[in-house]
Design a protein around this ligand. Structure first.
Ligand SMILES: [Mg+2]
Length: 374
């Protein structure tokens, strides 16, 4: 079996109601999908995260990475990953768009291997004897404390046993003081037994995060996510030492190189890679070994991605050691429902894994055309 054909889909969907969060306002969902066909006619799909300018990663896939894998055997997926990483590594390109392109290709190759074996991807990855995946509902985005508390409560009533809330409010929303008010209102609304994580999307500085964390601890916060910019490693060290709430991050890291430094400094408790950025399943599974060695918690990130990455995250979650919970979005994102069937739904805070071979969902070709960026 040989890798024979590449097709990519560059997608964008603008929504009427923008989402407010720590890093700003978001009104257009974008993604680049990679579809690979083998000489045997098996097709695999994968997603490259593309928060801005999805044509950039499309070019990376077509011009830079496709020549590395064209005509090769998909069974060599791990060595093909190394070869893709090797293309620009000597020039220092070991982060960024290259990894996002690799992510879509790697997912598509694992989808092919799983379909060939006739098993779901998570089984092809080695499985973890896990037919269901615990999830946390995401996210209670910035609004008034009353609205945020009402949304969190409504989602708990739908079965969620863990939720994530937005912190890192800008000055116009009341700043960090109002974050505490929000967290208190939500804790009151959902009660003491539901896990509550909080995501700052890098909106704090270390001093603010330390002061906030000391207060959040009184509300039994599950984790504080990305309190400062991903590159502020000294800031992470200070925050980890200076307050008691567990620290979460990882969605902004590429490959294993970024995590290596976070682990060396001992600043993370909850590890949140994105399968569409870290380098697909191959990198996600390699990271799993490092997470297990360190007795940390693994919680795959999904966020604003298209449904392909959301499904892929579920398969990764089902296969990794030390799984905490997979992030599962309840937001109104047109690209999340890109399949002929809807995404799986949580029931009591868990999702039953699809049992069809491969990813478990087929792309809806009409929707691909509707959202294609022209
Ligand atoms: Mg986040």
């Amino acid at each position: 079996m040989k890798i024979a054909k590449l097709q990519t889909h560059v997608l964008a969907a603008k929504v009427d109601k923008p989402i407010h969060f720590g890093a700003g306002t978001y009104d257009t969902f974008t993604a680049t999908l990679v579809e690979i066909e083998t000489s045997d006619g098996i097709t695999g799909i994968g997603e490259c995260i593309a928060r801005r300018a999805p044509r950039v990663v499309d070019t990376v896939v077509r011009d830079l990475l496709w020549p590395v894998i064209d005509g090769r055997d998909p069974h060599d997926v791990e060595r093909l990953w190394d070869a893709m990483f090797g293309v620009l590594r000597p020039w220092g390109h070991y982060r960024g768009f290259v990894f996002e392109g690799m992510s879509g290709i790697d997912q598509a190759l694992w989808d092919i291997l799983a379909k060939e074996k006739g098993v779901p991807i998570y089984k092809a990855l080695g499985g973890a004897d896990r037919a269901t995946v615990p999830v946390y509902g995401s996210k209670v985005y910035t609004d008034t404390p009353e609205q945020m508390a009402a949304l969190a409560k409504a989602q708990v009533e739908k079965g969620h046993r863990a939720v994530k809330i937005q912190i890192g409010r800008s000055a116009e929303w009341g700043g960090p003081k109002a974050d505490l008010e929000v967290a208190r209102a939500i804790r009151d609304a959902i009660g003491p037994d539901v896990r509550m994580g909080a995501d700052a999307n890098s909106a704090y500085d270390p001093d603010t995060a330390i002061a906030a964390g000391r207060e959040f601890a009184k509300l039994d916060l599950w984790f504080m996510e990305e309190p400062v910019f991903p590159d502020d490693l000294e800031g992470y060290e200070r925050i980890k030492r200076g307050q008691p709430v567990p620290v979460a991050a990882g969605e902004s890291e590429f490959g294993l190189v970024g995590f290596r430094e976070l682990f060396r400094r001992g600043v993370l408790d909850v590890v949140q890679p994105d399968v569409a950025r870290i380098g697909g399943f191959t990198a996600g599974m390699r990271l799993g070994k490092l997470v297990a060695e360190r007795n940390l918690a693994y919680a795959p990130h999904t966020g604003f991605s298209c449904g392909v990455a959301q499904m892929a995250s579920l398969h990764l979650a089902a296969a990794v050691p030390n799984l905490s919970r997979c992030e599962w979005m309840w937001i109104d994102n047109p690209l999340s429902q890109i399949f002929e069937e809807p995404l799986p739904q949580q029931n009591g805070g868990v999702i039953a894994m699809p049992q069809q071979p491969g990813l478990g969902r087929d792309l809806d070709r009409d929707k691909l055309e509707r959202y294609r960026l022209r």
